[in-house]
Design a protein around this ligand. Sequence first.
Ligand code: ZN
Ligand code: ZN
Length: 733
Amino acid sequence: MSSVPVLIPLPLDEPFDYAVPDDLNLAPGDLVEVPFGPRQVIGAVWDARPAPDKPVAAVRLKPIRRRLDAAPLRPPLRRLIEHLAEVTLAPLGAALKLVLCVPAALEPPAPKLGLVVADDAEHRPAPSAARRRVLAAVGDRVPRSAAEIARLGGVGAGVVQTMLRAGLLVPAPLPEPAEVALAPDQGPPALSPAQAAAARALCERLRSGHSVTLLEGVPGAGKTEVYLEAVAGTLASGRQVLILLPEIALTSQLLERFALRFGRPPAAWHSELGAAARRRTWRRVADGREPIVIGARSALFLPFPELGLIVVDEEHDASFKQEDGVPYHGRDMALARARLETCPAILVSATPSLDTAWRMGRVAGGTGKPDDDAHPSAILLPARHGGSAMPEVALIDLRRDRPPRGGWLAPSLRAALGATLAAGEQALLFLNRRGFAPLTLCRACGHRLRCPNCSAWLVTHRQRRRLLCHHCGYNRAELDHCPDCGTVAALVACGPGVERLAEEVRALWPAARHAILTSDNPASPSAAAALLKAMREHRLDLLIGTQIIAKGHHFPDLTLVGVVDGDLGLAGGDLRAAERQFQLLYQVAGRAGRAERPGRVLIQTHLPDHPVMQALAAGDKERFYAEELAERQDARMPPFGRLAALIVSGRDLQLVRRFATTLAREAPTEPGLRVLGPAPAPLALLRGRYRQRLLVIAAPEVDLPAALRPWLKDRKRSGSLRLQIDIDPYSFL
Ligand SMILES: [Zn+2]
Ligand SMILES: [Zn+2]
């Protein structure tokens, strides 16, 4: 009896050997059922590995039970799983779990049964008139549902059931519904000369195997229409396309645009998909029947057999970074998969991440540094499609132009909003803060309402009459007295959230139709889509929202954008704070003046001299990128060095401290590697666990995962303590 290694989708570092029964012919990638402890689990036959020192005799190995009737995992996907585990230090089995995330899809779906006329029906005793009608109506022997047979025969359901019992009709599998083929040539759009040139250049790259292209253009430049032509080109060659998006909220809009272009919407893939849809889509992708998938980062791990193109839309978006479980970056993994599949990747953004801009040679002073043979290049769409101008951006210096007491809108912003509404145009107020107020304190004793599980303040959500922790979800009813000193009616809300802004808007312009849009308000994606539609169709005058309104949306009558707190994202000051705030405000600004009427953007700030504010006011993206890149280079921060965050957490502060200190003491001492900390994390308490952080800073020539592996191996858990390893971290909380 021979044996094969089988990788199991559990947090295990290695595959296990299993005996192969003689009647089973297995190859790497095959999906199999194996005994694992007391359970039967599904795993993947893995590639042969170097022989261990003491091989287990095949006779002592447990046998594989069966092979599943599902397409095997192809080599590029197996290599992606290995790559993911290698660069994140995650267990190999945990990486496999991202692929085998829908176990039910690994079994062929049970065929749906209908009814068909029995072969010997004509030899049966003479049927009634009703039965004869049925036999005549479905004499073509195509299986149909009982309801359809009753309808065609013009009889009641009882007649069909009687005929089934009499053996005149017999069960038969229903045929699969006919596939609606995509029509890549349907509705070819009218592209501007610049768009057409960009589309030609993109399609040119489809022919040459693996490549990475940055498609950059201001909001409204028509980037989607351009990459849709590359999608059409890929479909024409019979290969599949994967489009990655940072947020589910954007998916439905893009599905509609794809439906207009290709005759039917493609498959969607994200966390809100129901179990049946997940199973169906996973299987259809694996069988090569789903030509296009639009999805969140987890769609990266779908088993495409013929992947021909990956598009990462809004590539700069930080939500491509997975923070829990296996902490990978969706964009980086997309590039890895494109390389392994030998297919092109297109990164799309109005404000590329600094990292991408640098790699693509887009920043003055930075030289392109392709890390493989991908021949990176950038394609620029300089103007807005249809010729509308980018909006004019002006700063409101809050130190001089102060909002009146109890308000958050400066007099000049109030005046501009009033004029916009009076002219029958739409406005948007941007404040990246959910709820009513970020902090509540007691006027009598100074007590601040905090989350009991986290080092964070409780946020008042007045519409729900609750106090919420935005980190752990803790919530309680609003209070009428101070929990510390007991004084009644002494609690005051400090600072604005979107709900408080809505109050101010209501007081100033009672007749204006306004709404709030945040990630949790309205609660359902369909309600949020309805709200966006109302804004597009000008059934709303003013929209108040958080970063969810920043991108993708096109509101023709929107001419004024007011940024209520331009400095908010700069607080805390982590590595990417300035970059992120620039990208966010640039995107928000891009909502204004998308049609014939010109747009205006007013940004309230206490820091009008900050490089982010200066760059936004001057409309000088290039200068901001160049300055930011120079600063990173001086500090040897990414992309000129690499970081890894180590977070030790546990319920006992002393144990957490001791473990973190030991970890720091035993840190590797190789050149080019520095370890800072431990120090209490900014969120020093999260969900009841104390947290200490270490930061590893590595020179670019250091292979960071390889340098960390021997040090951190077998340390991820010790008793109640947990060590979280985040290579190339985006969160520094
Ligand atoms: Zn008090
Ligand atoms: Zn909390």
